[in-house]
Design a binder for this molecule. Sequence first.
Ligand code: SAH
Length: 215
Amino acid sequence: MSEDALSERKMQFLYALRSRGVTDTSVLNAMEKIDRGAFVRGLFQDRAYEDMPLPIPCGQTISQPSVVGLMTQALRLTGRDKVLEVGTGSGYQAAILSALSRRVYTVDRHRRLVREAREVFDAMNLTNITAFTADGSFGLPDQAPFDRILVTAAAEDPPGPLLAQLKTGGIMVLPVGQSDHVQSLIRVTRTESGFDYDELRPVRFVPLVEGLGKE
Ligand code: SAH
């Protein structure tokens, strides 16, 4: 692709984000800075700047950019947060979080995805992200508690260990519902006395699966 064609596509990319409700300037700046093209390999690479989910290895998907933007916005990051992401996938969402956080831990049940995402983080010099292979439904007890938690795979209910690893005043954003149905994106805020729940919008994510993947 020529330089001109690429910058035209990137402009359309940002326009699509804004028109779908991504209005937070710091989120838009991060999404302008972090190149989604670096996280999409092979056949679909030239569609990286379209507002659509795309296939990645291990039968998973890199989320639709506007959904990445809306989820990031819903987290209300302060720039000083310690964040856990469950579902590294391509690493794109973690990279966006890293631009807006103090520290990001991201886990995926597929070691191949973690390995490939680490390569991109290194190439981009994103030194505040640590990626692990793990079943993220148990969170990351060694690094807990977290200021923010983002889950990018759908569970039927918010997993108990993740609720337990959220600081008081902390926010978790996650899709809930059955995997082959429309799910709801919800925001959970931990208060002194319990948890507040907000329903944000319908979404569709791959399911949160127990245990580690084969590759
Ligand atoms: N955030 C990713 C997209 C994630 S797709 C991106 O920006 O590209 C959802 C991911 O969740 C998949 O990679 C899948 O392997 C992972 N996943 C599903 N169940 C999981 C679990 N229990 N623990 C950790 N990762 C899980």
